[in-house]
Design a binder for this molecule. Structure first.
Ligand code: C2E
Ligand code: MG
Ligand code: MG
Length: 585
């Protein structure tokens, strides 16, 4: 060998010797012919007896298919396997030792193989860390809307309140947003429609927040939306110039969110309730969980106030929430113990000669005689009953008692007995299948003529859903009358009145109470009466408290009136006395 050739040979040996990968030359049965030091270093710990005669034997505990793999490789040369990972941890309990090897096998010719081994322990660990962090962030994202989920929101909130605040951006806020009557959307349009609405709400939140007009040039101002429950969203506002800004953003969000949603060919009107927790400097160190709960409590207050509004959290609300929780348990007993009873408010006929017809009708209104809290009104407990599934039991109890009372008056009072019985129907009742059948059974059991019963549904309810329309038509087919309650406060407008199968429109108290002082309200009453009449519907003015209001609704042509001016709601016996009284109003 020339000295040049010798030098080249030496260089090659050095190269193989120092290479940071393990190289092994084998016979086709795995017998090791040659290996470099790296190979020895990686393989020695796997061969407890220090016997490095056959690679297949050494690796058998981790890959026992190597002889078969090589034996069945038909081509004269080529790659048999590449980057095959071998978990060798079990044989190597010492710290820092290779845990994962990567194996490549190459067929050089018919008699010989080449193996390449590398320690990929670090690489695998890195991959696993990446995977874990991807999984963790997936666990923080809501699949449906792609917004952060509850865990994500809590994490961000916690970081926000833990971070020391600078004086100039002392204000932040947490908004908790809940769709009013989401259950009703699911019940009447199906869960898919409910999901679709959630996606649309999320999109609107995203675009509204992104487009928000923040003070230019502010650093650290951020607005983030998350979906924290079925129909619950949270918005985190940080770096606000002042707490009043939070309310401004809240009002704007509510406004944008309540624009109608397009569901296929249908437009769906939605409203939202929102609770706001203002995060001043005193929020430092607060627990994210507690803040979210406070925001939810404020939201519940906004909802109890009728929804479509926001409420700013105040500590006193916590007690109210506890009270509401207690109410639910008490309400279950109330139904069983018969603590609920009906009162009746007369609905008078407004005659052309200025007289009132006392026997036109009555409306049944439920009351609860609570053993500790005294008399509780329906506004306080109907919502709770709807949420906890008691509304059907209560509604049917009210209807049965009212029908029995009504039939009794007919017997005792003859011509002076009320001619029509109005009973309120809750939206949750209408969502229950089989309602018409159960109402029919109550009518038969009490001997109540169907055409004397008027079921009252709120305007917002009647405007929504095929199922509800179907139920209403079924009631009509039974001969039952239908009234649209609280007209003017809901979603349907005069222009869609003709789509509803109702006989009577009850004009909401908020219009009537302003009728004598606001020309605008008087015009609305006038228009409602005209449209209703053109559709063959009658009208009732609700909540008449003064003779002036009575005069206006009479002048505008309302057929009937109801309100404290004529009578407050009365217990059954007191109503009998009122009906028998001679004096006129
Ligand atoms: P509504 O059906 O619109 O009933 C009229 C409400 O207005 C009654 O309140 C009545 O007491 C009140 N009201 C009548 N005249 C006047 C007045 O001149 N001034 C004022 N300030 N208020 C007047 P109530 O009994 O508290 O009932 C409130 C609502 O609760 C009802 O509104 C109805 O939506 C619901 N509700 C009552 N009873 C039942 C029931 O048995 N089932 C269901 N589902 N809802 C009911
Ligand atoms: Mg009513
Ligand atoms: Mg009403």
């Amino acid at each position: 060998m020339s000295s040049d050739a010798e030098a080249a040979y030496e260089a090659l040996i050095q190269f193989l010797y120092r290479a940071p990968v393990a190289l092994i030359q084998l016979q086709s049965d795995g017998a090791i012919e040659m290996l470099n030091p790296m190979a020895a270093q990686l393989l020695m710990p796997l061969a407890p007896q220090g016997d490095l005669l056959n690679l297949f034997t050494v690796l058998a505990p981790y890959a026992d298919d190597l002889p078969r793999l090589c034996g069945s490789f038909a081509a004269s040369h080529g790659v048999i396997c590449e980057g095959r990972r071998l978990l060798v941890t079990a044989a190597q309990p010492q710290a820092g030792a290779p845990a994962v090897l990567s194996l490549g096998l190459l067929k050089v010719d018919d008699g010989r193989l080449m193996a390449v081994l590398a320690d990929v322990t670090q690489e695998v660990a890195r991959e696993q860390r990446q995977l874990a962090s991807r999984l963790a962030s997936a666990a923080r994202v809501d699949v449906l809307t792609q917004l952060p989920n509850r865990a994500g929101a809590l994490g961000m909130l916690q970081r926000m309140v833990q971070r020391p605040r600078r004086a100039e951006d002392a204000a932040g806020a947490l908004l908790f947003i809940n769709l009013d009557r989401f259950k009703q959307i699911n019940d009447s349009h199906g869960n898919e429609a409910g999901d679709r609405v959630m996606v649309l709400v999320a999109e609107r939140l995203r675009s509204t927040l992104r487009a928000s007009d923040r003070a230019p040039g502010r650093h650290g101002a951020s607005e983030l939306a998350a979906r924290v429950g079925g129909d619950e969203f949270a918005v985190l506002l940080d770096g606000l110039p002042g707490p009043d800004i939070a309310e401004r953003i809240a009002a704007r969000l509510l406004d944008r969110l309540s624009k109608p949603y397009q569901l296929g060919a249908q437009e769906l009107a939605c409203s939202f309730s929102m609770g706001i927790v203002l995060l001043g400097a005193d929020a430092d160190g607060a627990e994210a969980d507690d803040l979210l709960r406070d925001a939810a409590t404020a939201m519940a207050v906004a909802k109890a106030g009728g929804g479509d509004r926001y409420a700013v959290f105040a500590p006193a609300m916590r007690e109210q929430a506890a009270l509401r929780g207690g109410l639910e348990a008490d309400l279950r007993h109330a139904v069983e113990r018969g603590e609920l009873f009906n009162v009746y408010q007369p609905v008078v006929g407004l005659q052309a000669d200025g007289q009132v017809d006392r026997a036109a009708g009555v409306e049944a209104l439920v009351r609860w005689r609570h053993p500790v809290r005294g008399l509780v009104g329906p506004v306080e407990f109907i919502g709770v009953a709807e949420e906890c599934g008691l509304i059907s039991a209560i509604g049917e109890q009210v209807l049965a008692a009212a029908c029995a009372d009504f039939v009794g008056w007919q017997r005792q009072l003859g011509a002076r007995a009320p001619r029509l019985l109005a009973v309120n129907l809750s939206r949750a009742q209408l969502a229950q299948p089989g309602l018409c059948g159960r109402v029919g059974a109550i009518l038969r059991a009490t001997g109540m003529p169907a055409e004397r019963l008027q079921l009252e549904i709120t305007e917002s309810l009647a405007a929504q859903g095929q199922n509800i329309q179907q139920q209403l038509l079924e009631f009509k087919a039974m001969g039952i009358k239908l009234a649209l309650d609280d007209f003017g406060t809901g979603y349907s407008s005069l222009s869609s009145l003709h789509l509803l199968p109702v006989d009577t429109v009850k004009i909401d108290r908020s219009f009537v109470s302003a009728a004598d002082t606001s020309r605008h309200h008087e015009v609305l009453i006038e228009a409602t009466v005209k449209v209703a009449r053109s559709l063959g519907m009658s009208t009732v003015a609700e909540g008449i408290e003064t003779v002036q209001q009575a005069a206006v609704v009479r002048r505008q042509g309302c057929d009937k009136g109801q309100g404290y001016l004529y009578s407050r709601p009365l217990a059954a016996e007191a109503l009998m006395a009122w009906l028998m009284a001679e004096h006129s109003l």
